[in-house]
Ligand binder design. Sequence first.
Ligand SMILES: [Mg+2]
Ligand SMILES: [Zn+2]
Length: 272
Amino acid sequence: MSNIVIVFDFDKTIIDCDSDNWLIDELGFTDLFNQLLPTMPWNSVMDKMMMEFHANGVTIEEIEKVLHRIPIHHRIVPAIKAAYALGCDLRVVSDANMFYIETILKHLGISEYFSEINTNPGYVNEEGRVRISPYHDFNKCSHGCTLCPPNMCKGLIIDRIQNTISEVDKKRFIYLGDGAGDYCPSLRLRERDFVMPRKNFPIWDLICKDPLLIKAEINGWSDGEELEQVLLHLINKIMMEEHVQFISTDCKLQTLSIPVLESMPKALSVRP
Ligand SMILES: [Mg+2]
Ligand SMILES: [Zn+2]
């Protein structure tokens, strides 16, 4: 196990579109969705849309089939598998919902690589209808963050993950995202962490307004190929740094022996 925690947003980061929009457009409910959107929060509209799908005879199997066809860049799954093989702790923090994310990750054969999925609850009820509810119940109380939508503050989730991990371990985070909702968690990262914002997406524009507000190192990416290259480069860089630190504390003034050097991780080949 390495000391690296990688936190992935889901929509437009792991998959290459917005899962709600994909499902609505593919099932032909775009007009109804656009009518409802100005009247209630996004999360509530989606629960209502699921009711409409059910009322119109759309089955769970049909919904799953549409989710299985969701666009994903061909380098994303290999990038996730490589990060896992290198011992990184992978997590999802997403404003989509559990039903979509589990359905898609299982279909891609990568659900077991993630130690945790933080998202809006989503499940199939006894009537065979998908129910979606907010991660934070904003009708009871507000999460208090003005940067984030009422149903989810990803910054609070990052706080919780940081708090559950022992400070002694000095875990280093890599956070990947595209949306405005990924800006708040990016502000919570520390100097030893990394943020990977998707170039020319809302998080990128927010960071560019005042990059000095971000303590973590900023590394942009634009598609799945670049995501893979940058992510593996950062993992490799962290592992080399940690190894150098380990050696310098363990064998301070001693001459390094050949076996020690040989046990250091080799640089990963990153395609140009
Ligand atoms: Mg996103
Ligand atoms: Zn927030």
